[in-house]
Design a protein around this ligand. Structure first.
Ligand SMILES: [Zn+2]
Length: 314
């Protein structure tokens, strides 16, 4: 049996051990897909927030006794890995009530259809994101649509609940806020919430309502000005400029209450490095970085302005 077949068998056994009937859709093929989809073990980020994604595509699980919220589903072939991570951490895929999406591109949205089938969860996104889910590909005004409808395709999802900027979605005690960060796609969304842990961990840790330490969690969407050849963020005869909205979105990310930030592509904020440094038993958890949002936004703004200058030369 090949290594791939062995891994596939191990995953199906793990998933069936969790009683999860997850039927993945056909794998997405892309240049970076195999690298992105390398499995990694799920782990606690902080409090009730867990990383359940792959090495290159984030997925987060926020848990409660009354049901869970999942953020993003990676590629179609990521869905069984995400489900296996959830089960291995001791949770049930069937307890996911909501699946929130960052943006409707195949690398973050393609696994959602299978995860929805397995859980019965409601998918939540921006209005433009919902349009992408209905089409099963990038929306017509997506900066990357020029790569092609088929190249951008992912399994469509029906019955998507649309939320507006600053709206809060809840599951039991969980409350997650939507932030419109349009730019990378017209429907790009950043999500924020609070997670808490007993203030003094250890065997004597107080249970709620004992003293708790609560942190501001941010799942930051891509704010990179990536586009298909020929697209202009500065606009052209057919489409108006996106630059003002994009600047506003980047500013929004920079100003969020931000203790722990995870980005849609985990390497953008060195998730693997932070996880490794946890082994060094530093006085502060490497994941806690109140500057993270500001730094990410400052770099994204520089890149956007450079792109604007480039476009204006043409
Ligand atoms: Zn994207």
């Amino acid at each position: 049996m090949s290594t791939h077949a062995l891994i596939a068998l191990a995953i199906s056994l793990l998933v069936s051990a969790g009683q999860t009937a997850l039927r993945p859709d056909a794998p997405i093929k892309c240049e970076s897909c195999d690298e992105w989809n390398q499995p990694i073990e799920g782990f606690k980020v902080f409090g009730n927030t867990y990383y359940v994604g792959t090495a290159g595509l984030s997925a987060l699980l926020i848990t409660s006794a009354q049901g869970h919220i999942l953020l993003d589903g990676g590629l179609t072939q990521s869905a069984p890995l995400i489900a296996a991570n959830i089960v291995k951490l001791g949770f049930k895929v069937e307890d996911i009530k909501l699946i929130l999406n960052s943006h409707a591109h195949y690398d973050h949205a393609a696994g959602i259809a299978a995860l929805q089938r397995a859980s019965g969860a409601t998918v939540v996104s921006s209005a433009s994101g919902a349009e992408g889910f209905a089409l099963g590909t990038a929306v017509p005004d997506d900066p990357q649509i020029g790569f092609g409808k088929t190249e951008n395709a992912f399994p469509a999802v029906k019955n998507v609940r649309v939320v507006k900027d600053k709206e809060v979605v809840t599951v039991g005690p969980l409350a997650v806020q939507m932030h419109n960060t349009a730019g990378h796609t017209p429907g790009s969304t950043t999500w924020t919430w609070q997670s808490c842990e007993p203030a003094n961990p250890g065997p004597q840790a107080p249970k709620p309502p004992g003293p708790q330490k609560c942190l501001n969690m941010v799942y930051a969407d891509s704010i990179s000005a990536v586009a298909a050849p020929g697209f202009r963020f500065t606009g052209d005869a057919k489409t108006p400029s996106r630059v003002e909205q994009f600047r506003k979105s980047i500013t929004t990310v920079g100003e969020l209450p931000c203790d722990i930030m995870i980005t849609t592509h985990p390497m953008a904020t060195d998730l693997a490095g932070k996880l490794k440094r946890r082994g060094d038993k530093l006085p502060v958890d490497p994941f806690i970085d109140p500057q993270a949002c500001r730094v990410l936004a400052a770099n994204a703004m520089k890149a956007l302005e450079a792109r604007v200058v480039e476009e204006q030369k043409k």
